[in-house]
Design a protein around this ligand. Structure first.
Ligand code: RAM
Length: 902
């Protein structure tokens, strides 16, 4: 019989250098089997034949995240492992072996010390700054069998050994809350070294550590100096370990990169390239000593997420010469990354590249809409904000005139579809330039396709928006702010989990959210923190907003649902409980001005009403944005939103406490949730089912979070539909409610209204974006007006959460709360709007799920694939229900039997 497949360690495909001491192992059941009855895992150190750990036969259906429980592992140990299972078909073969390798686990493993360049104070203060080259030569006396490089930096590093680039990761070590977690990358460099003379070289630039971050373009937020940390471990044939670490033997110089900043761009003079600086031939002169620094090594860990890579290259769809000195490249797709330019003209040609998402009326690249549209005088006078409106996303290169010369700025990144090229004597062709797509190298896990091309393009745009905003952290946009806005990821995470494996990516981000959380439980607007409490106070938008801070609860919960990572819930428990306790205290201790006016003596339920503090509220409903939006939000009463989130998070916490077996917390948060729900009802819902805030978003939230008494649900849903009709069958939701809008309509018996909104193509709507040529999702409903004038960012994924309706309702693959990782799921397709076929595939942790339907000659035919180890309940549009075991199934019904509506 066949064997288990798809062996994985933690949530990683390449578990090299992990620092998790008890890595968790997962596998897929043998093809064709239904249920795992027992398993056995066997592990051995790679350099020994002896079994290190053998579980023996364990009666269990667990095939996901089974913790390694053998003898403690040491730094650098490599483990080979295999598994076999017992299913209803008997015992399987052993799987093909897989492996993992431990990283450096303790500070004692580090001989290396951080090194910094010697810099003047004015360089430390200013930005952008040059990238630095570091090098060290050394001799390997003996033959060797293996070598690993462990590296990290304050800044962004690229490593070279004997003139060759090490690995294919980009923007390493990535973005984390650096003083709490600093990631170390591990590289197998056995093939790059030689017996005899060798050189280690690194290029280090500002990156997120001290370069510009956030919409305010703040610099030096983690420190004023960049630093490099690296250690080469070479295992000689006789097992002796030679270690070469960064330290006083290293030297440093500036080189061809005179400026490098993630926002600003990169400036390179290829004539200044130091030839062979990283190869053993050269003996460079004039290199300077480095400063050794004793920074904390205890925060060094491996990343739970996959690395950032160059994942794809796009050829330009057009190159237009606007006038002799200026041409515009159109990639045909808005992306995050950079260009690779292979034709740099004759020696001394100075080329500049300006990256943008839109063209102005003149056909030239415009970036005006990417400048923060705030009440400028108010902010710009603050010394921290000087950069806020400076031009950005500009690379500059001067050619050295060498054949095969190439420019690729790997110390910056840009959000763009268009590039303005100035100073190039020739008209560029597709052979000269490509767009390099750069983001976290996530594993694709989901696809959707249907008979309507515009809906398919909407899906594509949402996928690209996510790809454009998954550059080591989930960002709001890859241009103006590039910040890990908590609200945005809270909104999108469950949608992202349909299309990519975002477990490791989210866990990494949550570690930073937690690290930066304040002692009082307050969660910041962004993770990692990019704008301090002082700065947010100055802007008038203090941290701790409902719907944003709730990411602390919602993100772990959604990751648990999609991947069954129970340990994540346990790890995040203190953070999530602290957030809910913070919100509860805020509710108890304060009252909004307007409520004090209206009711001098507080009503009893107000203890559970959260109406103080700063909240973004629903955020960016159609036409909401103006430069004074933030001051207005600062004084508004957001009680109806904040209390709703307090209830939702308290309810999730109750459920999570149950899963974790935290008995007293279960009753505590259940009581809290009940009290908050009653308070919300007492304050915001009228006897006829209308709400005190008569907006679509309020009704959507009330229904989705189950804030409404059962008997009023039909009225509340009816009012939502009325509001939609009053708006000419248009949505009027902003960030928070948009993902729930179509699902809630379908769930309350109005699937046809959901479809009408989905297919609406006058403003505001999703298809307006597609019809106006969007290749990513806009931040504002009016991202581009009728005239083609852009406003705000054109690449914000939040409204793209609508595609979860395509997966969950049109194709109908639904994750059930009591079936994490799709162990139990529902297939419940909702055909409508003349769609004749639809299909979604999802590579769940147990394997591929498919739901594909076709309508032909009044026959509705559904094909379903249920992976081994799971079960599905299949609901047909005529109301029939079936239980489906692992395998492929086909169902048919007359299409005319489809039930729509209430
Ligand atoms: C915007 C960001 C983000 C949003 C916040 C409130 O500036 O782009 O999307 O979450 O504000």
């Amino acid at each position: 019989m066949t064997a288990p497949t798809g062996l994985r360690v933690e949530h990683r495909d390449e578990p090299l250098g992990i620092t998790t001491r008890q890595p968790r192992l997962s596998w897929h059941l043998p093809a064709g089997s239904r249920r795992q009855i027992a398993f056995q895992v066997r592990a051995a150190l790679s350099d020994s034949d002896q079994v290190l750990w053998d579980t023996g036969r364990i009666e269990s259906d667990q095939s996901l995240l089974v913790p390694y429980n053998g003898p403690a592992l040491e730094s650098g140990q490599r483990v080979n492992w295999t598994t076999r299972t017992w299913t209803e078909r008997g015992r399987s073969e052993w799987s093909n072996p897989s492996w993992w390798e431990m990283g450096l686990l303790s500070r004692d493993d580090w001989l290396a010390r951080f090194i910094e360049p010697v810099e003047d104070d004015d360089i430390k203060a200013g930005s952008p700054r040059p990238a630095y080259l570091f090098r060290r030569s050394f001799k390997l006396e003996h033959d060797f069998s293996a070598a690993r490089l462990y590296a990290s930096a304050h800044g962004i590093y690229e490593f070279f050994i004997n003139g060759q680039r090490v690995g294919d990761m980009e923007l390493t070590p990535g973005f984390t809350s650096y003083w709490s977690n600093l990631h170390v990358q591990t590289f197998d460099v056995t093939d790059l070294l030689q017996q005899g003379d060798n050189v280690l070289g690194a290029i280090v630039s500002d990156g997120w550590f001290r370069g510009q971050v956030s919409g305010a373009r703040l610099t030096n937020i983690y420190g004023a100096s960049i630093a490099l940390l690296a250690q080469l471990n070479v295992y000689e044939a006789n097992q002796t370990l030679t270690r070469i670490g960064t330290g006083p033997e290293w030297t440093c110089s500036t080189g061809h990169i005179s400026e490098a900043d993630l926002f600003q761009g990169q400036t390179v003079d290829l004539r200044a390239t130091l030839r062979n600086w990283d190869s053993p031939m050269a003996q460079p002169r004039g290199w300077l000593p480095v400063t050794e620094c004793d920074y904390d090594l205890a925060r060094l860990v491996s990343s739970p997420a996959p690395p950032v890579r160059r994942v794809e290259e796009l050829s330009p769809s057009t190159v237009t010469r606007l006038h002799p000195n200026r041409q515009v490249i159109d990639l045909g797709q808005n992306i995050n990354g950079w260009v690779r330019l292979r034709n740099l003209g004759p020696e001394g040609t100075a080329i500049s590249l300006t990256y943008g998402e839109a063209l102005g009326k003149d056909g030239d690249v415009t970036t005006q809409h990417l400048m923060p549209d705030l009440d400028a005088p108010r902010y710009v006078q603050e010394p921290e904000f000087v950069n806020m409106t400076a031009p950005f996303q500009i690379d500059r290169v001067v050619s050295a005139g060498h054949p095969n010369e190439c420019f690729e700025p790997r110390h910056t990144s840009h959000g763009f579809r268009y590039v303005r090229v100035e100073g190039h004597p020739e008209t560029l062709t597709a052979d000269d330039v490509s767009g390099v797509v750069v983001h976290t190298d996530l594993r694709r896990t989901g696809w959707f396709e249907c008979s309507d091309d515009r809906i398919n393009r909407l899906h594509e745009a949402a996928v690209w928006s996510f790809r454009g905003n998954a550059c080591d952290i989930p960002t709001d946009c890859p241009t103006r702010e590039r910040a890990g806005w908590t609200g945005d990821w809270q909104i999108f995470v469950s949608t992202a989990a349909f299309i990519y494996d975002v477990a490791g990516f989210s866990i990494k981000w949550l570690q930073d959210l937690t690290a930066d959380q304040h002692d009082d439980g307050k969660v910041l607007h962004c993770a990692p923190e990019t704008m301090s409490a002082e700065i947010m106070d100055k802007i008038g938008a203090p941290h701790g907003s409902a719907g944003w801070g709730d990411a602390a609860v919602i993100v772990p919960w959604e990751i648990y649902r999609a991947y069954e990572d129970r340990d994540l819930l346990a790890d995040q428990w203190p953070s999530m409980a602290a957030w809910v306790d913070f919100a509860t205290r805020m509710a108890r201790e304060g009252r909004h001005e307007s409520r004090v006016q209206q009711r001098p003596v507080a009503a009893a339920h107000e203890e559970f009403l959260w109406d103080t503090g700063f909240h973004w509220g629903e955020w960016l409903e159609p036409d909401e944005w103006s430069p004074d939006t933030i001051p207005r939000l600062g004084t508004a009463d957001h009680g109806i939103v904040a209390t709703a989130y307090l209830y939702y998070s308290a309810r999730l916490l109750t459920r999570i406490a149950e899963i974790l077996g935290r008995g007293s917390d279960v009753s505590r948060y259940r009581r809290l949730a009940t009290a908050v729900r009653s308070a919300w009802q007492a304050e915001f819902i009228k006897p006829d089912g209308t709400l005190t805030s008569d907006t679509q978003a309020s009704y959507v939230r009330a229904l989705t979070f189950n804030l409404v008494p059962d008997e009023l649900r039909p009225q509340v849903a009816k009012r939502l539909v009325e509001l939609i009709r009053e708006a000419g069958t248009h949505l009027r939701t902003g960030f928070l409610a948009t993902p729930y809008l179509l699902p809630v309509l379908a769930d309350t018996g109005y699937p046809e209204v959901a479809y009408e909104l989905l297919f609406q193509d006058t403003e505001p709507s999703w298809l307006t974006m597609i019809d106006r040529g969007a290749t990513t999702i806009w931040e504002d409903w009016r991202g581009t007006d009728e005239e083609g004038t852009p406003s705000l960012s054109l690449n914000h994924y939040s409204k793209g959460a609508v595609i979860s309706f395509l997966h969950r309702y049109i194709a109908g693959i639904q994750l059930l709360d009591d079936g994490p990782a799709y162990k139990r799921f529902r297939i419940n397709p909702t055909p409508g709007a003349g769609i004749t076929h639809a299909r979604a595939d999802h590579d769940s942790p147990y394997g591929r799920i498919t739901s594909a339907w076709h309508i032909h000659d009044d026959q509705f035919k559904l094909n379903v694939t249920v992976p081994p180890g799971t079960t599905a309940e299949v609901h047909l549009p005529d109301g029939a229900r079936f239980d489906a075991e692992p395998g492929n199934h086909t169902y048919r019904q007359p299409h005319s039997a489809t039930r729509t509506g209430r």
